[in-house]
Design a protein around this ligand. Structure first.
Ligand code: VGL
Ligand code: ZN
Length: 204
C-alpha cells in the first residue's frame, strides 16, 4: 500500500481575509503541516483562474456571487473573483509547509469551465495529470485535506474513488464554505456513500 497526501487549494483567497474565505480555513494549516511526516508523497492542487473566468460573478451582467447559472450545460455557482493567476490570493498560505510537496496540479485555468476536482474539470473533459502521476508513483491510497470540504475536497475525493484509489478524507483537516448550513456534514455523507473513508487526523 503506497499512500499520498493531497493538499487541496490551501491558498490565500480561501483563508481569512481572502476573496472567498472559508470560515476557519486557517485552522487546518498547523494540522496539515504536522501530519505530513506520516506520508512519503505529498502533492498539492492550486485553483488558478484567468481573470476572465466564467465562474466569477463579475464576468456576468447583473449577477452576484452565490447565484447559480447554466454554464455550457453545467450548473455553475457564481463566485467572487478568486485565485486569479499570479495574484497573491492564488498563492499558497504563507504558513503552509510546502517544502515536501513534490508536484503541484493546477486547475480552473480554462476560462469557460470550472474545476472543483483535482483530477478533472467539472465536465470531465480535461485531466490535470494527477491520476497519471499517482499511478506512475505506484500510489494506491490517497488522503485528502484542504479547502473547501463541500467543493474541491469533495469532488477530488469522489473522483479518486471513481478512479480506483482507496480514498480517505481527513475531516478535521478540512473546512467548508457552507453556502447552506449543513453543507459540511452533507458533503461528508455524500463522500461516505460513494466509498470515501472519512477519518480524523488522530486516526492516522
Ligand atoms: C473552490 C469554489 C471555487 C474550492 C474553488 O477550492 O473549494 N470553491 N473555486
Ligand atoms: Zn475556483
Amino acid at each position: 500500500m503506497k499512500k499520498a497526501l493531497i493538499l487541496v487549494d490551501i491558498q490565500n483567497d480561501f483563508l481569512p481575509g481572502g476573496a472567498l474565505a472559508v470560515p476557519e480555513g486557517d485552522m487546518i494549516v498547523p494540522l496539515v503541516n504536522r501530519i505530513q511526516e506520516k506520508f512519503d508523497l505529498i502533492l498539492a492542487t492550486q485553483d488558478y483562474h484567468p481573470a476572465n473566468h466564467a465562474s466569477f460573478a463579475i464576468n456576468h451582467e447583473n449577477k452576484k456571487p452565490g447565484e447559480i447559472i447554466d454554464l455550457h450545460g453545467l450548473t455553475q455557482v457564481l463566485w467572487p473573483a478568486h485565485c486569479v493567476q499570479h495574484s497573491d490570493g492564488a498563492a499558497f498560505g504563507k504558513d503552509l509547509d510546502m517544502a515536501r510537496v513534490t508536484k503541484i496540479f493546477y486547475k480552473g485555468e480554462n476560462p469557460d469551465i470550472d474545476s472543483y476536482s483535482g483530477f478533472f474539470d467539472n465536465g470531465k473533459r480535461k485531466k490535470t495529470g494527477l491520476a497519471e502521476y499517482l499511478k506512475s508513483k505506484g500510489v494506491d491510497t490517497v488522503y485528502i485535506v484542504g479547502l473547501a470540504t463541500d467543493f474541491c475536497v469533495k469532488f477530488t475525493a469522489l473522483d479518486a474513488v471513481d478512479l480506483g484509489f482507496e480514498t480517505y478524507v481527513i475531516k478535521d483537516a478540512t473546512r467548508a464554505i457552507n453556502l447552506q448550513p449543513g453543507d459540511f456534514e452533507a458533503s461528508l455523507k455524500a463522500m461516505e456513500r460513494a466509498g470515501v473513508k472519512v477519518i480524523e487526523s488522530e486516526d492516522l
